[in-house]
Write a protein that binds this ligand. Structure first.
Ligand code: MRU
Length: 351
């Protein structure tokens, strides 16, 4: 159901908002499928509506999926639904971003510990606040890797639209802009659903950052001209060996960056690192509908009934990743050993 617009607070994009009774309980989502043409909300009054919104990418991006998952469990609890069943439905809505299942699990734990809907809502709010703090820390750590007059290439959308705060890779790029260090943000359009052209360009424009949109297949010539100093991308799941699943089209950028000796940096919160997934090959990659490829904005661009190959994500092997920036420090170089060392250090310091 469409609702009143709620997309901004203190100049920040608010991609998700909890609605209290009497209008709620409900979750208002800024409908990312409609951006940049329209800034409208979808109001989810039950878990089925939320699952549908997750699958249609109304709400998307790994950290925000975790937050939405936690609020979804809070919604089920507030409505006196079957909370465990609802949690399972939400966690399965999309398979690749580990944050979704983690956000759901965290809220479900609050429910099994307390059976109190308010405690579940508090857990969801706490997760969103943690993500905002993680964004700031990632921006700070990431900024240290950005050279002066940087020309940064990014893929998909990783800003405030995917977060309780400023986001991941785009948060670093926009911090570089505020620090006077960004000469140009190259925004991959990100076929087939155009998260770069529609969403990253929208966020960059709002921030007054210098940006240009390019067709994904123009990236090669951009590197060849020497016009890229740094690649910054996010992640949906990082395996124990340092392999990075992210929006399809990320892996070819890593290959190009490697060939042209350009740093390829992944920015992701610790909650995206999944030590239970041993390697890149073990990451489940979501397959999406053929018509996302064979039609553009609802207009067919291939013969009727054409089959299509449409994985939502690809996997970049650790040897192509220069560094992983988390809120708990930078992993560099990236390998099974350095990921394990990062985990040991963070457990020993309790961070
Ligand atoms: O299919 P999407 O739009 O949910 O994919 C999002 C991405 O691939 C992002 O790069 C990733 O979730 C990191 S967001 C900080």
């Amino acid at each position: 159901m469409a609702g009143p617009s709620c997309h901004c607070e203190h100049g920040w994009v608010l991609p998700l908002r909890w609605i209290e009774p009497p209008d709620g309980p409900a979750i208002a989502l800024l409908d990312q499928t409609q951006l940049p043409a329209r800034e409208t909300d979808i109001v989810c009054t039950d878990v089925d509506a939320l699952v549908d919104a997750i699958q249609r990418l109304v709400v998307r991006g790994a950290p925000l999926l975790g937050i939405a998952g936690a609020y979804g469990v809070a919604l089920a609890a507030a409505r006196s639904d079957d909370v465990v069943g609802a949690a399972q439905l939400i966690a399965r809505a999309r398979p690749t971003a580990v944050n979704l299942a983690r956000g759901v699990d965290r809220a479900l734990r609050a429910w099994t510990d307390t059976a109190d809907p308010d405690a579940v809502l508090a857990a969801a709010r706490e997760l969103a606040a943690e993500d905002a703090r993680a964004s700031d820390a990632m921006a700070e750590h990431g900024l240290a890797l950005v050279p002066e007059r940087a020309r940064i290439l990014t893929h998909c959308n990783t800003g405030a639209l995917v977060s309780g705060g400023a986001g991941t890779a785009l948060a670093v790029a926009l911090a570089a802009h505020r620090a006077g260090r960004l000469a140009r943000l190259w925004v991959d359009e990100t076929r087939p659903l155009l998260q770069g052209a529609r969403l990253t360009a929208w966020e960059a424009a709002r921030a007054g950052a210098p940006y240009s949109v390019l067709a994904d297949n123009a990236a090669g010539s951009l590197f060849a001209r020497g016009d890229v100093d740094l690649v910054l991308v996010g992640a949906d799941r990082i395996a124990a060996d340092g392999s990075v699943a992210n929006k399809v089209g990320t892996f070819p950028l890593a290959v190009l960056a490697h060939h042209h000796h350009v740093p390829f940096v992944v920015v992701a919160p610790a909650s995206t690192i999944d030590l239970a997934t041993e390697s890149g090959a073990a990451i489940e990659i979501e397959d999406r509908a053929a018509d996302e490829v064979t039609a553009l904005a609802g207009v067919p661009i291939a013969p009727d009934g054409s089959p299509a190959y449409n994985p939502a994500f690809d996997v970049t092997p650790p040897e192509l990743v220069t560094a992983i920036v988390t809120e708990r420090g930078v992993i560099r170089p990236v390998s099974r050993d350095t990921v394990r060392r990062w985990e040991r250090e963070r457990s020993s310091t309790g961070r």
